[in-house]
Design a binder for this molecule. Structure first.
Ligand code: C2E
Ligand code: MG
Ligand code: MG
Ligand code: MG
Length: 299
C-alpha cells in the first residue's frame, strides 16, 4: 500500500523522491520511459561520477576511491543507481554507461593522484553484461592509456552472481584484464549466494564484505562470526578484505581488531564530486590506532 510504503521509506531515511522512483519503475511504461531518458542522459551531461573514499586500516590513509555513477534527470530528478543501473542492464545501455564511467573516473583519479603527489587507487563497478565480449577489455586498455593511470591503481568490482552464472567467458576476460596489472574485486560478498567454490576458480584479489554484515557486526554475534570467517578465509586464500558500509567507530574498532585490511562507508565519507575530493582528504581518517598515532598524515 502506497501510504505504508511512504511511511517505511521515511522511516528508513529515504526521501520522497526515492520512494516515488521505487514505485515508478514497477510500472512497465515508466521503466520504458526511464530507459529512453537514460539513453539520452549521457549525451546531455546528466550523468556524473562521485568518488567514495577507501581507507587502509593499518596506515590510516585514504588509499583510493570507488567510482559511483549519479544521474540527475530534468524529468525524474535524482535517480538512485539501484534503479537506473538495473534499467541500464536490461536495455543494454550499461555498455556505454559503464565505458563512460570508466573513462571519466580513470581521468579524474589520474588527475587527483598527480595533485596529491601519490598514487590513488580507483575501483570501478562492472556489470555482468559488460564482460560478455572483448569490447570491455579494449575499453579498459584505452581508458588506462588515455588517462595515464597506472594499471596497478585500477580495480574492477564484480558481483558474485557473475561468477556463478557465466563461468567460461568471465574467467578468460578477468584473467586477461589481470594480466594488464588490474585487480579483480568481489563486491557485496555474502549477499545472496552461498557457494564458496568459485573463489578458488576465479582470479580474485580482494573481497568486499557486504554492508548488511557490517551493519550488525556489533550487535549480532552470528553476523560477526561470519565477518570473522570471511576475513580469515580471504587471507588464507591470499586475498585482501574491505568492509563496506562502515558507519560507526565501534564497527571500525571491531574490524581493526579482526585484521580487516580496508574500510569504506559514511564514517569516512560519501561519494563526492571530484572537485570536493582534495578539500575533503585531510579530514578523512579512522581512529588512530597505536601503530600510526605518531605518524602525520601524508596527504
Ligand atoms: P556498490 O558497488 O556496492 O556501492 C556501494 C553502495 O553503498 C553505494 O550506493 C554507496 O553510496 C553505498 N554506501 C557506501 N557506504 C555506505 C554506508 O556507510 N552506509 C550506507 N547505508 N550505504 C553506503 P550507490 O551509490 O547508491 O550505488 C548502489 C549500487 O549501484 C552500487 O553498489 C553498484 O552496484 C551500482 N553502481 C553504481 N555505480 C555504478 C556503475 O558505474 N556501474 C555499475 N555497473 N554499477 C554501478
Ligand atoms: Mg561496488
Ligand atoms: Mg558493494
Ligand atoms: Mg551494491
Amino acid at each position: 500500500h502506497a501510504d505504508i510504503a511512504m511511511y517505511q521509506a521515511k522511516a528508513s531515511g529515504r526521501d520522497n523522491a526515492q520512494w516515488f522512483e521505487t514505485r515508478m519503475v514497477e510500472d512497465t511504461n515508466d521503466r520504458i520511459a526511464l530507459s529512453a531518458a537514460l539513453r539520452q542522459a549521457l549525451g546531455r551531461g546528466e550523468v556524473s561520477v562521485v568518488y567514495q573514499p577507501q581507507v587502509d586500516l593499518e596506515s590510516g590513509e585514504v588509499v583510493g576511491f570507488e567510482a559511483l555513477a549519479r544521474w540527475t534527470s530534468p524529468e525524474h530528478g535524482s535517480v538512485a543507481p539501484d534503479l537506473f543501473i538495473p534499467v541500464a542492464e536490461d536495455g543494454g545501455m550499461i555498455i556505454q554507461l559503464g565505458e563512460w564511467v570508466l573513462r571519466t573516473a580513470c581521468a579524474d583519479v589520474a588527475a587527483l593522484s598527480a595533485a596529491v603527489g601519490r598514487p590513488l587507487r580507483l575501483a570501478v563497478n562492472v556489470s555482468p553484461r559488460q564482460l560478455r565480449g572483448k569490447q570491455w577489455l579494449d575499453s579498459v586498455t584505452a581508458a588506462l592509456r588515455d588517462s595515464g593511470l597506472d594499471p596497478a591503481s585500477l580495480e574492477v568490482e564484480i558481483t558474485e552472481g557473475l561468477l556463478i552464472a557465466d563461468v567460461g567467458d568471465a574467467v578468460a576476460i578477468l584473467s586477461a584484464v589481470r594480466e594488464l596489472g588490474v585487480s579483480v574485486v568481489v563486491d557485496d560478498f555474502g549477499q545472496g549466494y552461498s557457494s564458496l567454490a568459485y573463489l578458488t576458480r576465479f582470479p580474485i584479489d580482494k573481497i568486499k564484505i557486504d554492508r548488511s554484515f557490517v551493519e550488525e557486526i556489533t550487535d549480532d554475534g552470528d553476523r560477526a562470526a561470519i565477518v570473522d570467517a570471511i576475513i580469515v578465509m580471504a587471507h588464507a586464500l591470499g586475498m585482501k578484505v574491505l568492509a563496506e558500509g562502515v558507519e560507526t567507530a565501534e564497527q571500525e574498532s571491531y574490524l581493526t581488531a579482526r585484521g580487516c585490511d580496508e574500510v569504506q562507508g559514511f564514517r569516512y565519507g560519501r561519494g563526492m564530486p571530484k572537485d570536493q575530493v582534495l578539500t575533503a582528504l585531510p579530514r578523512i581518517a579512522p581512529c588512530p590506532s597505536p601503530s600510526h598515532v605518531t605518524t602525520s598524515p601524508t596527504w
